[in-house]
Ligand binder design. Structure first.
Ligand code: GBH
Length: 461
């Protein structure tokens, strides 16, 4: 069912686990700023200490080894490499990631490295408007080059950006993520510069570091949308919703431009690519990185639903699409309120296969938060164990049906700082006691470990 060399891994991100935010020359990021702004994060929690992974990475790698992980996806904190995002290289930042990478390789765990998982150097936001300013493209290019130069002899799998949809929509549209801006225009601008930055980093890798022999791509997030009914209108609504969600970022990379429907609806709010930029974008991903968590029902809004959309004050990101979203009452939900629908994962994989010509796909994140008020309950996380089993089973079915899926990374190795939700939402397969920093594998970690050992054979769901 799963190919022999299928990549089984888990994923984390720098700001969510590292802590040590003021150590070894690290500069401030937009997420430090967000967390220090009262009222932005649940309980005003911060990533100041998080899982203290910066000091505990060796034990964490041993933990990964004990679970049998073949690969580990982590991100590099840009402000550790360049404190202000554009100046001097910080040798102590380089040293930290060198040690982490070497430790992984010593344990036969393949490093999958994300260059940007949301911790933008604060100076780039304050002095240059962050992702809103095209200057970011050349800053990101330089940062990426530093990473390839220093780590590319050992890192063979690169991901430029994690979920640019979140950076653009949650960061510049809805104000839920750093830098906390609310706008109907800025998300499209930020997305544009994120895409151009991705393409530029890939160009650098392909032209200057080809002899390193690695691959590079982008990771997008998408949750599936089922049509509420079989009517043509609802089917179009579901399709439109997926295009505004995933094709917004994937079409430029696979086809060279934004989806037509976005052009029609957004007019001038959607920036244009020059012919040269289109050329740089097309084919700029060796694989299709997908983060997937959930599904919803989509339908053509009726008059009162339309009014609701317009009144929602949601930065215009959802009313632009003119889609009403709802939930099937039979669906079980996670602690985040996200629906558990493994078949949606299978369908989304097919949607990607059809639209983008059967690309190599990696699921670079999939997982769930459970209600875990204490350690005892956390360790018996049957819901998460079932979640992994059912999504892995659905992924295996997609492979049998012809989808070229080559790997799966569970989010996350351990409980960590869940952005605006702080520490209240636990996604880990290992429990973290934030008082003692002790890690304990939950039931789901053992289940995942067994699945890996049997290369994807899921016992029973
Ligand atoms: C990821 O983002 C992040 O990469 C990671 O850092 C984070 O910790 C992890 O997920 C968990 O949150 O009901 O169908 O509308 C997740 C992006 C976008 C996924 C919104 C769920 C809503 C589900 N999320 N989506 S739906």
């Amino acid at each position: 069912m799963f190919p022999k060399d299928f990549v089984w891994g888990s994923a984390t991100a720098s700001y969510q686990i590292e802590g040590a935010v003021k150590e070894a020359g690290r500069g401030m990021s937009i997420w430090d700023m967000m967390c220090y702004t009262p009222g932005k994060i649940a309980n005003n929690e911060t990533g100041d200490v998080a899982c203290d992974h910066y000091h505990r990475f060796e034990a964490d790698v041993k933990l990964m080894k004990s679970l049998g992980l073949k690969a580990y996806r982590f991100s590099i904190a840009w402000p550790r490499i360049q404190a202000d995002g554009k100046g001097e290289v910080n040798p102590r930042g380089i040293a930290f990631y060198n040690k982490l990478i070497d430790c992984l390789l010593e344990h036969d765990i393949e490093p999958w490295v994300t260059l940007y998982h949301w911790d933008l150097p604060l100076a780039l936001q304050v002095e240059h408007d962050g992702w809103l300013n095209k200057d970011i493209v050349s800053y990101f290019e330089k940062y990426a080059r530093i990473c390839f130069e220093n780590f590319g002899d050992r890192v063979k799998h690169w991901i430029t950006l994690n979920e640019p949809w979140c950076s653009a929509v949650l960061g510049y549209g809805l104000g839920e993520h750093a830098p906390g801006r609310v706008s109907k225009v800025e998300p499209y601008l930020a997305a544009h510069n994120l895409l151009l930055s991705h393409a530029r980093a890939v160009k650098v890798y392909k032209t200057e570091f080809q002899d390193q022999g690695g691959v590079i791509g982008i990771t997008n997030n998408c949750d599936y949308r089922y049509p509420l009914t079989d009517s043509a209108q609802d089917r179009e609504a579901a399709q439109r919703s997926l295009e505004f969600f995933l094709a917004w970022f994937a079409d430029p990379v696979w086809k060279g431009d934004y989806p037509q429907v976005m052009r029609e609806v957004l007019g001038d709010r959607l920036p244009n690519f020059t012919e040269d930029e289109k050329k740089e974008l097309v084919g700029s991903s060796d694989f299709f990185g997908l983060n997937h968590y959930s599904s919803m029902l989509a339908s053509e809004p009726n008059a009162s639903q339309l009014e609701e959309l317009n009144l929602a004050g949601n930065g215009g990101m959802i009313d632009d699409q003119n889609v009403h979203l709802s939930v099937d009452p039979s669906w079980q939900q996670t602690h985040m309120g996200w629906n558990i629908v493994p078949d949606g994962c299978r369908r989304l994989l097919h949607w990607i296969k059809e639209r983008y010509g059967n690309p190599i796909i990696y699921i670079t994140e999939n997982g769930c938060a459970c209600d875990e008020p204490n350690k005892e309950i956390a360790l018996n996380d049957t819901m998460r164990a079932d979640f992994y089993k059912s999504y892995i089973k659905a992924s295996g079915q997609a492979i049998e049906e012809g989808v070229d899926l080559r790997g799966y990374f569970a989010w996350s190795l351990m409980d960590n700082f869940e952005w605006a939700h702080g520490y209240g939402q636990r996604f880990g397969m290992c429990h973290v006691d934030y008082e003692t920093q002790e890690r304990t594998p939950k039931l789901s970690a053992n289940v995942y470990s067994d699945i890996i050992a049997q290369n994807g054979v899921v016992e029973k769901v």
